[in-house]
Design a protein around this ligand. Structure first.
Ligand SMILES: *Cc1c(COP(=O)(O)O)cnc(C)c1O
Length: 463
């Protein structure tokens, strides 16, 4: 029995002994007996494995309490971790798109805590409709006759197509057969909704007579899709919504536009590139307009359908609406966001999306300069740091070409090696609040557009 491994095994303390150590009380209080015991058993197993495979106890086994504490902290960390979005893309789909306004956050917390009049009409004894309040707001803001809310814009497009043109043909320009990313491609959505896609025109040019020639007794809808994530330039032609509306009226076929992003305000007044507005399309007579809640609107993930009373009534009664309807958290956040649009003078600071998009590059420059010296002390040995101009993107398929002047902190490895840079990016992704930058031109860029508190970042990067 003088086997050296045997004596190593005997150094692994028992669960009971560890649980009874006074320092364990804090962990037991925080995580409870069940999770702590589970963690201890897991660590014991890892220690045995280390002995079998490497013939020694692992380094961490010098301090079991700390090992348990680290293990539990890591396992109990939320799957949706907060990060610093310094990627340069404001509406980053993989990072959750729009940040919500404080008003929306408070409203959501409130409806989570209490019973609410989600489908309850306090005036009459009757049952209310969950989209009612938001419909009223959207009608006032856009001039639409009616509105409908679902979980995202992909659902809005799907529901709209299934209601208006199931078993019928939908005419779309070849220049607008968009893929949004993920699995949202117009031809696939069309098929799923039970519609037959009738492509017209060419990739670069589609004319009104192309739409006219495609219409027959099978036609259920003329549809335009905003080419939100690409731009066709050069010898191009497309049909204005108003012209398509006139054709639809003449031939008695409804007209719809999937705007994708869609902004309820004219972005040019904030020095931003223009983006089509739903209200312009409604005024032009488009029967149905769909757009996202968490893109330029700056609200929660949601899909909005605006349109005529006739079509929205039909959409509200479609069985798919029940499957795609928004929950109270979404409706609360969306309502609070839309109320901000009733006070346009407050919008540029109250709505985070607009606040971040409209920041002047001088602001980011000041921050970059301020952060440079303290970060140089920490990283200067290995990296060349600089404050450099850069271009941010709006993201989420909005305005693919136009870019917003900004400032970044850049880190270039003094040894010129890409692997050093990769290691830095990896180290930052492993921080308690991970820092997400962008690798480009042999440097790691931290675009400061989405950073509002420089001290916050400094603490994360120098801890
Ligand atoms: C983004 C987008 C969609 C999908 O919207 P989600 O809210 O992400 O579901 C659909 N169509 C267009 C044109 C878009 O830009």
């Amino acid at each position: 029995m003088n086997n050296p491994a045997q004596s190593l095994y005997s150094q692994i303390p028992s669960v009971d002994r560890l649980l009874n150590q006074p320092e364990m009380a804090v962990l037991l209080c925080r995580y409870g007996q069940h999770l702590v015991t589970e963690s201890l058993r897991y660590l014991q197993e890892r220690a045995r494995q280390a002995i079998t495979e490497e013939g020694r106890l692992p380094q961490w086994s010098q301090d079991w309490i700390s090992a348990v504490s680290d293990d539990l902290a890591q396992k109990q960390r939320s799957g949706l971790q907060r990060v610093f979005n310094l990627s340069g893309t404001v509406l980053h789909t993989n990072l959750g798109r729009a940040l919500l306004a404080e008003e929306a956050i408070e409203q959501v917390a409130d409806v989570m805590r209490h019973a609410v009049t989600l489908e309850y009409d306090l005036d009459g004894a009757g049952r209310g409709h969950r989209d009612k309040v938001i419909s009223e707001l959207l009608k006032a803001l856009t001039g639409a006759e009616a509105a409908c809310v679902v979980n995202n814009n992909a659902a809005a497009v799907m529901l709209m197509l299934a209601t208006v043109a199931a078993d019928k043909e939908v005419v779309v320009s070849r220049g607008e057969l968009v893929e949004i990313g993920g699995a949202f491609r117009i031809p696939d959505v069309m098929r799923q909704a039970g519609c037959r896609l009738m492509e017209v025109g060419t990739t670069n040019r589609t004319h009104l007579h192309d739409y006219r020639a495609a219409v027959n007794e099978q036609t259920g809808l003329l549809m335009k899709v905003h080419t939100s994530n690409y731009h066709i330039a050069g010898f191009t032609a497309s049909v204005e919504d108003a012209a398509l509306v006139a054709l639809g009226r003449e031939l008695n076929v409804p007209v719809a536009t999937d705007l994708g992003s869609g902004s309820l305000i004219d972005l040019q007044q904030y020095g931003l590139p223009p983006e089509p507005m739903p209200q312009t399309l409604i005024a032009a007579g488009v029967d149905l307009v769909t757009f996202s809640g968490d893109k330029l609107l700056g609200g929660p993930q949601a899909g909005i359908i605006l349109g005529s009373q006739y079509w929205i009534d039909k959409i509200q009664r479609h069985p798919l609406k029940r499957a795609l309807r928004a929950g109270k958290l979404t409706l609360a956040a969306l309502e609070a966001t839309l109320r901000l649009y009733q006070q346009p003078d407050r919008l540029a600071y109250a709505l985070p999306t607009l606040r971040l998009l409209s920041r002047d590059k001088a602001e980011m420059h000041t921050m970059a300069v301020q952060l440079l010296t303290p970060l140089q002390q920490c990283y200067g040995e290995q990296f060349m740091l600089a404050a450099e101009p850069c271009l941010s993107q709006i993201g989420s398929g909005s305005l693919p070409v136009d870019r917003l002047p900004s400032y970044a902190l850049t880190f270039a490895p003094k040894n010129g090696r890409g692997s050093t840079l990769e290691a830095l990016a990896e180290k930052w992704r492993a921080l308690p609040v991970p820092v997400i930058g962008r690798l480009q031109e042999g440097k790691l860029w931290l675009d400061l557009r989405c950073l509002e508190d420089a001290a916050d970042l400094l603490e994360a990067l120098t801890a």
